[in-house]
Ligand binder design. Structure first.
Ligand code: DAH
Length: 340
């Protein structure tokens, strides 16, 4: 009677276990047969009705049944676990022969590289790097720099006006005025930044480009200091054997004024395509700060003197990296930019 019941339980359990396809279901079956309220436990509770001499034998049957069910559970569990693992491995396949994903690392623009070089040179000489506003009052861009109302540099064709008094600065020279007005002397600064002019775009012009302004004001500053400073600058920028030439020129805010040429770093003065056969390349404008300009910003020209210079940043970058068209600088074609 008991034996048959046990056999029945065993067969039913083994069949259910074999048909199971999930690990959670397998656990449900374990509980249903072997758990505290499981079928086998129920049978054991009926032991008290079994005749004492039969008890060892029935006990043996119960144990055998439990063992059979446990073994089958274990077997199917292993099988199911293996299946789960295999499926996981299949789904998470990593193809180690695929090329790795590349990180595209950014790159500095040739203008930025040239600027950092210029800054390095002047900071090395004790200059401070300062910035000024791109949207500027007429006063700072023109008037305080000795460019009066009817000066041709103010012509509306060259300048982007916001209104009568406000404009986009046409030169970084405006920062000279801001620095002088602060009233802290001596001054030894460079000021890089964007400037704007109503120019048509071509190989050498753009309505927006960059300049680096320089200003030194102290007691006993002379033209010799200006020459020495710019000669050193040219050497560091273009090479130790670079010579400089000062050509007399006119700027409203300096007196005397000059344009500076450097000996061609390509042909060393013999004449080539780079220097258009002359052996010299023009790189900047400069001069001694006009006494009236000092005065307008509250500096006594009897006590203080100074020099100033203005460099076109694009011009430096084009020269240094031998780029023949300024438009390339603004197109941001990475094939171009990557070369520097
Ligand atoms: N601001 C001038 C320009 O845009 C360049 C310049 C010339 C700046 C002479 C200076 C200077 O500081 O002394 O053409």
């Amino acid at each position: 009677m008991m034996k048959e019941k046990l056999l029945e339980i065993k067969e039913e359990a083994l069949k259910k276990i074999s048909e199971t396809n999930g690990l959670d279901k397998l656990n449900e079956i374990r509980v249903a047969y072997l758990g505290k309220k499981g079928e086998l436990t129920q049978v054991l509770k009926g032991m008290k009705d079994v005749k004492p001499e039969d008890r060892p034998m029935v006990g043996q049957y119960v144990n055998d049944t439990r063992k059979a069910i446990e073994e089958k559970l274990e077997e199917v569990k292993t099988k199911l676990e293996e299946e789960v693992l295999n499926q996981k491995l299949k789904a998470e396949v990593i193809d180690v022969t695929l090329p790795a994903k590349k990180n595209n690392v950014g790159h500095r623009h040739p203008n930025t590289i040239a600027l950092e070089e210029v800054e390095r040179i002047f900071v090395g000489m004790g200059y401070e790097v300062v910035e000024g506003p791109e949207v500027e009052y007429d006063y700072y861009n023109f008037e305080a720099l000795n460019i009066p109302e009817n000066h041709p540099a103010k012509d509306e064709q060259d300048t982007f006006y916001v209104n009568d008094k406000i404009l986009l600065r046409t030169q970084t020279s405006s920062v000279q005025v801001h620095e002088m007005e602060k009233g802290k002397l001596p001054i030894r600064m460079i000021s890089p930044g964007r400037v704007f002019r109503a120019d048509e775009v071509d190989a050498t012009h753009s309505p927006s480009f960059h300049q680096i302004e320089g200003l030194v004001i102290d007691k006993n500053v002379t033209f010799a200091d200006l020459k020495g400073t710019l000669a050193q600058f040219a050497k560091e920028l273009f090479g130790e054997d670079t010579k400089v030439k000062f050509r007399p020129h006119h700027f409203p805010f300096t007196e005397p004024s000059a344009e500076v040429d450097v000996s061609c770093f390509k042909c060393h003065g013999k004449g080539c395509r780079m220097c258009k056969g002359s052996g010299w390349i023009e790189i900047l404008g400069c001069g001694m700060v006009h006494p009236h300009v000092l005065e307008m910003s509250g500096i006594d020209p009897e006590e203080y003197t100074g020099f100033a210079f203005g460099v076109g940043l694009e011009r430096i970058a084009l020269l240094k990296y031998e780029i023949d068209d300024m438009r390339l600088m603004y197109e941001n074609d990475t094939r171009f930019l990557k070369q520097f």
